[in-house]
Write a protein that binds this ligand. Structure first.
Ligand code: FE
Length: 169
């Protein structure tokens, strides 16, 4: 644990909260339609070696990148967003929209079983955390101020994502 983590995260958390997120929705994913992915377990030291420092901070330490700094914030290319930790498919570009908050935003996950949603009461806020269903990596949070038809906004860190262009699939 980094000694300055709390001090570093507090203003970021405040920014995230100011991004329009109010009370989070209750978890809506039931994963009833498809099997959950086989969990990928790695020791912390392995993650540290495999990931960049920023990826490790977000995915394994539940960090938040600074608003507007992520490479996928304004990214509009058609394709699939995968977990930067394990390659699991998380979101498709069809569900991506510009929420104007500085983080990539999606109205739904690629598949209901692709992500997990967990209550998060850290940093003085009540939010719903979103994690990768395969490796457990922290992705971001989901808020109930997204566009129709879901009304959800999956606010995801670019550092937690990789991208596969549609043409390469
Ligand atoms: Fe993952």
């Amino acid at each position: 644990m980094f000694p300055h983590r709390s001090a570093f995260l507090a203003p970021l958390a405040a920014l995230l909260g100011a991004c329009g997120g109010t009370a989070p929705p209750p978890p809506t994913q039931t994963a009833a339609q498809e099997p959950a992915p086989t969990p990928l377990m790695k020791a912390d030291a392995e993650w540290k070696t495999a990931l960049t420092p920023e990826q490790y901070f977000v995915l394994r330490q539940k960090g938040t990148e600074r608003a507007g700094t992520g490479k996928y914030d304004k990214h509009l290319e058609p394709g699939t967003y995968v977990c930067a930790g394990c390659g699991h498919e998380l979101f498709v570009s069809d569900s991506k929209f510009d929420a104007g908050c500085g983080w990539p935003s999606f109205s739904s996950p690629a598949t209901p079983a692709g992500v997990k949603e967990n209550p998060d009461a850290s940093h003085g806020m009540v939010r719903t955390e979103v994690t990768c269903a395969k490796c457990g990596g922290h992705l971001g949070h989901v808020f109930d101020d997204g566009p129709a038809p879901t009304g959800l906004r999956y606010c995801i860190n670019s550092a937690a994502l990789g991208f596969k262009p549609k043409s390469s699939k």
